[in-house]
Design a protein around this ligand. Structure first.
Ligand code: S6P
Ligand code: ZN
Length: 186
Protein backbone atom coordinates (compact mmCIF):
# COMPACT_ATOMS: atom_id res chain seq x y z
CA UNK A 1 0.00 0.00 0.00
CA UNK A 2 1.23 3.48 -0.85
CA UNK A 3 1.83 5.91 2.01
CA UNK A 4 -1.38 7.92 2.39
CA UNK A 5 -0.86 11.57 1.42
CA UNK A 6 -2.30 14.79 2.72
CA UNK A 7 -2.75 17.29 -0.08
CA UNK A 8 -3.83 20.91 -0.46
CA UNK A 9 -7.32 20.76 -2.03
CA UNK A 10 -7.49 21.98 -5.63
CA UNK A 11 -10.31 24.35 -4.71
CA UNK A 12 -10.25 27.33 -2.35
CA UNK A 13 -13.17 29.35 -1.05
CA UNK A 14 -11.64 32.51 0.42
CA UNK A 15 -14.02 35.26 1.53
CA UNK A 16 -16.10 35.83 -1.61
CA UNK A 17 -13.67 34.16 -4.03
CA UNK A 18 -13.75 30.68 -5.49
CA UNK A 19 -10.27 29.78 -6.70
CA UNK A 20 -8.90 26.79 -8.53
CA UNK A 21 -7.86 25.54 -11.95
CA UNK A 22 -11.21 23.90 -12.54
CA UNK A 23 -13.35 26.89 -11.63
CA UNK A 24 -15.36 28.15 -14.60
CA UNK A 25 -16.47 31.76 -14.93
CA UNK A 26 -19.49 33.16 -16.72
CA UNK A 27 -20.80 36.72 -16.95
CA UNK A 28 -24.17 38.25 -17.64
CA UNK A 29 -24.50 41.69 -19.17
CA UNK A 30 -27.56 43.89 -19.44
CA UNK A 31 -28.07 42.62 -22.99
CA UNK A 32 -28.43 39.05 -21.63
CA UNK A 33 -31.48 40.10 -19.58
CA UNK A 34 -33.51 41.56 -22.42
CA UNK A 35 -37.22 41.92 -21.55
CA UNK A 36 -36.69 40.90 -17.93
CA UNK A 37 -36.76 44.42 -16.45
CA UNK A 38 -39.98 46.40 -16.24
CA UNK A 39 -38.78 49.81 -17.39
CA UNK A 40 -37.96 49.29 -21.08
CA UNK A 41 -37.20 52.97 -21.63
CA UNK A 42 -34.52 53.01 -18.93
CA UNK A 43 -33.22 49.66 -20.19
CA UNK A 44 -32.79 50.99 -23.73
CA UNK A 45 -31.03 54.11 -22.44
CA UNK A 46 -28.33 52.06 -20.69
CA UNK A 47 -25.15 50.55 -22.15
CA UNK A 48 -26.03 46.95 -23.13
CA UNK A 49 -22.47 45.95 -22.15
CA UNK A 50 -23.11 46.88 -18.48
CA UNK A 51 -21.98 43.96 -16.35
CA UNK A 52 -24.78 42.71 -14.08
CA UNK A 53 -23.28 39.61 -12.51
CA UNK A 54 -20.56 37.00 -12.64
CA UNK A 55 -20.75 33.36 -11.61
CA UNK A 56 -17.74 31.25 -10.62
CA UNK A 57 -18.66 27.60 -10.50
CA UNK A 58 -17.12 24.25 -9.78
CA UNK A 59 -18.80 21.33 -11.52
CA UNK A 60 -16.94 18.23 -10.31
CA UNK A 61 -18.90 15.77 -12.46
CA UNK A 62 -19.41 16.94 -16.04
CA UNK A 63 -22.60 14.99 -16.59
CA UNK A 64 -26.06 16.55 -16.35
CA UNK A 65 -27.47 13.20 -15.32
CA UNK A 66 -24.90 12.74 -12.54
CA UNK A 67 -27.12 11.41 -9.81
CA UNK A 68 -25.80 12.36 -6.36
CA UNK A 69 -23.12 14.84 -7.48
CA UNK A 70 -23.16 18.41 -6.17
CA UNK A 71 -22.12 21.66 -7.82
CA UNK A 72 -20.83 24.73 -6.05
CA UNK A 73 -20.82 28.35 -7.18
CA UNK A 74 -20.32 31.94 -6.13
CA UNK A 75 -22.27 34.78 -7.72
CA UNK A 76 -21.27 38.45 -7.60
CA UNK A 77 -24.08 40.86 -8.49
CA UNK A 78 -23.05 44.45 -9.13
CA UNK A 79 -25.01 47.31 -7.58
CA UNK A 80 -27.35 49.27 -9.80
CA UNK A 81 -30.87 49.63 -11.07
CA UNK A 82 -32.82 49.67 -14.33
CA UNK A 83 -35.29 52.44 -13.57
CA UNK A 84 -36.34 51.59 -10.01
CA UNK A 85 -35.69 47.84 -10.35
CA UNK A 86 -32.54 46.46 -8.77
CA UNK A 87 -29.91 44.56 -10.76
CA UNK A 88 -30.80 40.89 -10.46
CA UNK A 89 -30.08 37.41 -11.78
CA UNK A 90 -32.19 35.94 -14.59
CA UNK A 91 -33.80 33.51 -12.17
CA UNK A 92 -34.81 29.95 -12.93
CA UNK A 93 -36.72 26.86 -11.97
CA UNK A 94 -34.73 23.66 -11.94
CA UNK A 95 -35.38 21.53 -15.00
CA UNK A 96 -35.77 18.57 -12.64
CA UNK A 97 -38.50 20.16 -10.59
CA UNK A 98 -37.87 18.37 -7.29
CA UNK A 99 -34.20 19.42 -7.08
CA UNK A 100 -33.39 21.72 -4.16
CA UNK A 101 -30.57 24.20 -3.51
CA UNK A 102 -28.82 26.15 -0.76
CA UNK A 103 -27.83 29.80 -1.11
CA UNK A 104 -25.94 31.74 1.52
CA UNK A 105 -24.93 35.37 1.77
CA UNK A 106 -21.23 36.28 1.92
CA UNK A 107 -20.93 40.02 1.26
CA UNK A 108 -23.32 42.86 0.58
CA UNK A 109 -27.09 42.90 0.85
CA UNK A 110 -29.97 41.80 -1.27
CA UNK A 111 -33.14 39.79 -1.49
CA UNK A 112 -33.70 36.23 -2.64
CA UNK A 113 -37.00 36.11 -4.50
CA UNK A 114 -38.77 32.75 -4.35
CA UNK A 115 -41.83 31.82 -6.41
CA UNK A 116 -43.62 28.48 -6.41
CA UNK A 117 -45.48 26.89 -9.34
CA UNK A 118 -48.74 28.55 -8.23
CA UNK A 119 -46.89 31.89 -8.52
CA UNK A 120 -46.97 32.54 -4.77
CA UNK A 121 -43.99 34.78 -4.16
CA UNK A 122 -41.91 35.85 -1.17
CA UNK A 123 -38.54 37.37 -0.43
CA UNK A 124 -35.76 36.50 1.99
CA UNK A 125 -33.19 39.12 2.98
CA UNK A 126 -29.63 38.20 2.08
CA UNK A 127 -26.67 39.45 4.11
CA UNK A 128 -23.34 37.99 5.25
CA UNK A 129 -24.25 34.77 7.04
CA UNK A 130 -27.86 34.44 5.82
CA UNK A 131 -28.66 30.86 4.80
CA UNK A 132 -31.46 30.00 2.39
CA UNK A 133 -33.00 26.65 1.57
CA UNK A 134 -34.70 26.62 -1.83
CA UNK A 135 -37.26 23.81 -2.03
CA UNK A 136 -38.00 21.92 -5.23
CA UNK A 137 -40.48 23.52 -7.63
CA UNK A 138 -39.52 27.03 -6.53
CA UNK A 139 -38.02 29.56 -8.95
CA UNK A 140 -35.20 31.64 -7.50
CA UNK A 141 -33.76 35.02 -8.38
CA UNK A 142 -31.48 37.36 -6.39
CA UNK A 143 -31.47 41.16 -6.49
CA UNK A 144 -28.73 43.41 -5.12
CA UNK A 145 -30.34 46.13 -2.99
CA UNK A 146 -27.12 47.65 -1.67
CA UNK A 147 -24.50 50.00 -3.02
CA UNK A 148 -21.69 47.44 -3.20
CA UNK A 149 -21.28 44.00 -4.74
CA UNK A 150 -23.57 41.29 -3.38
CA UNK A 151 -21.80 37.93 -3.18
CA UNK A 152 -23.50 34.68 -2.34
CA UNK A 153 -22.63 31.00 -2.58
CA UNK A 154 -24.81 28.22 -3.92
CA UNK A 155 -24.75 24.45 -3.73
CA UNK A 156 -27.07 22.42 -5.96
CA UNK A 157 -27.44 18.90 -7.36
CA UNK A 158 -25.53 18.40 -10.61
CA UNK A 159 -28.57 16.91 -12.28
CA UNK A 160 -30.90 19.83 -11.37
CA UNK A 161 -30.61 21.59 -14.73
CA UNK A 162 -31.81 25.15 -15.35
CA UNK A 163 -35.14 26.14 -16.84
CA UNK A 164 -34.87 29.80 -17.87
CA UNK A 165 -37.61 29.51 -20.49
CA UNK A 166 -40.53 29.59 -18.09
CA UNK A 167 -39.24 32.79 -16.46
CA UNK A 168 -38.50 34.37 -19.84
CA UNK A 169 -42.09 33.61 -20.87
CA UNK A 170 -44.11 34.40 -17.76
CA UNK A 171 -41.70 36.22 -15.43
CA UNK A 172 -41.93 36.31 -11.65
CA UNK A 173 -45.26 37.43 -10.16
CA UNK A 174 -43.59 40.41 -8.44
CA UNK A 175 -40.51 42.57 -8.95
CA UNK A 176 -38.08 43.95 -6.42
CA UNK A 177 -38.34 47.71 -6.75
CA UNK A 178 -36.85 50.67 -4.94
CA UNK A 179 -39.87 52.51 -3.50
CA UNK A 180 -38.65 55.74 -1.89
CA UNK A 181 -35.39 54.01 -0.93
CA UNK A 182 -37.06 50.86 0.46
CA UNK A 183 -36.86 47.54 -1.44
CA UNK A 184 -40.37 46.22 -1.99
CA UNK A 185 -41.85 43.28 -3.88
CA UNK A 186 -44.55 44.74 -6.10
C1 S6P B 1 -27.30 27.48 -10.03
C2 S6P B 1 -27.34 28.54 -9.00
C3 S6P B 1 -26.54 29.82 -9.24
C4 S6P B 1 -27.10 30.68 -10.39
C5 S6P B 1 -26.47 32.07 -10.43
C6 S6P B 1 -27.00 32.95 -11.56
O1 S6P B 1 -28.33 26.53 -9.86
O2 S6P B 1 -28.69 28.85 -8.72
O3 S6P B 1 -25.19 29.53 -9.47
O4 S6P B 1 -26.94 30.04 -11.62
O5 S6P B 1 -26.70 32.71 -9.22
O6 S6P B 1 -28.40 32.98 -11.57
P1 S6P B 1 -29.20 32.55 -12.89
O7 S6P B 1 -30.62 32.58 -12.52
O8 S6P B 1 -28.79 33.48 -13.97
O9 S6P B 1 -28.72 31.13 -13.18
ZN1 ZN C 1 -30.87 26.98 -8.99
Amino acid sequence: METPKIIVPPLLFVRDLLLGKEVAKSSRKLSDLKNLFLDQKSYEAMDPETLLYEVYSYIPVQDDAANGALNFGITHIYPGKVGQEYFMTKGHFHAQDDRTEYYWGIEGEGVLILMDRKRNIRGEKMFPGSLHYIPGGVAHRVANTGNKVLSFAACWPSDAGHDYEEIARTGFSARLMDVDGIPQLI
